[in-house]
Design a protein around this ligand. Structure first.
Ligand code: ADP
Ligand code: MG
Length: 272
């Protein structure tokens, strides 16, 4: 049974999509069956997986409106090794269209339940807001991965997200927990970043992932080739870090409560 994780942070440009596509590709590389759900109308995770968002016949929008199942709407991101439930601008309309619909925040959860046996991991790339779309993601998930840059205001920015997660946990999804904070775009030469990184560790302890994703230009270049960095340049520092992060996620999942425990076998990246 798949473990479902949201990659969320209400700030834009913090590395959610980069984390989503590279973690998906990293997990695929170590032998995991992965579905990546693009829940952002910008469709960056879709394009970054080599799938043209303008040519998609069915997207997560159709799934939310229950006019298609996940199996019908998911496509193969062939070069990346995972399945993709894509998104495009149409998804922006879902926000309004879902308003008057019952169980509106549980649409994605019900749809994903049908395919949980098909995957080891389902990753959801959330939009930069705490909207109905993000709420659908949070209601579906076992946990949240929060990518963040080690900047001065990083901790303050977390408060809203943490409060939302607490509310969803209390009212809508008792399974939900913060799995961890992922330090991204990290530059150890910048003293402030090292200081904030230490602060995060002090404040959140083992809720901070061991893996740190460095700032790496290859990760930024990869989307223009329609590939995650992990596939575009597997030897780049940033790509190696994301495969390490994939391994760390597999280990974390193995330590999570045994309900619906997925069967996990880690293959080394070189043999994949
Ligand atoms: P979000 O989805 O949160 O808006 P993105 O993943 O799109 O953020 O990242 C924002 C920008 O930062 C993109 O241009 C991306 O290529 C770049 N970026 C993300 N992570 C890294 C990294 N580790 N090193 C260099 N550039 C990065
Ligand atoms: Mg994004």
């Amino acid at each position: 049974m798949a473990r479902i994780f949201c990659i969320a942070n209400q700030k834009g440009g913090v590395g959610k999509t980069t984390t989503s596509v590279n973690l998906a590709a990293g997990l695929a590389r170590i032998g995991q069956r992965v579905l990546l759900v693009d829940l952002d109308p910008q469709g960056n995770a879709t394009m970054g997986s080599g799938v043209d968002k303008r040519k998609l016949e069915l997207t997560v929008y159709d799934v939310l409106l229950e006019s298609a199942s996940v199996r019908e709407a998911a496509v193969s991101a062939e070069k990346c090794g995972y399945q993709l439930l894509g998104a495009n601008r149409e998804l922006a309309g879902a926000e309004v269209e879902l308003v008057d619909i019952e169980r509106r925040e549980k649409r994605l959860k019900s749809a994903l339940a049908e395919v949980q046996a098909d995957y080891d991991f389902v990753l959801i790339d959330c939009p930069p807001s705490l909207s109905m779309l993000t709420l659908n993601g949070l209601c579906s998930a076992h946990g949240v991965i929060v990518p963040m840059q080690c900047e001065y205001f990083a901790l303050e920015g977390l408060t809203d997200l943490v409060n939302t997660i607490k509310q969803v946990h209390a009212n809508l999804n008792p399974d939900l927990q913060i799995i961890g904070l992922l330090r991204v775009m990290f530059d150890p030469r910048i003293t402030l970043q090292s200081q904030v990184s230490e602060q995060l560790r002090g404040h959140f302890g083992d809720k901070v992932f061991d893996t740190v994703i460095p700032r790496n230009v290859r990760l930024a270049e990869a989307p223009s080739y329609g590939l995650p960095g992990v596939v575009f340049d597997p030897n780049a520092k940033g790509s190696i870090a994301f495969v390490d992060f994939a391994r760390e996620m597999v280990e974390r999942v193995q330590r999570m409560a045994p309900v619906d425990q997925p069967k996990i076998q880690v293959k080394s990246a070189s043999s994949a």
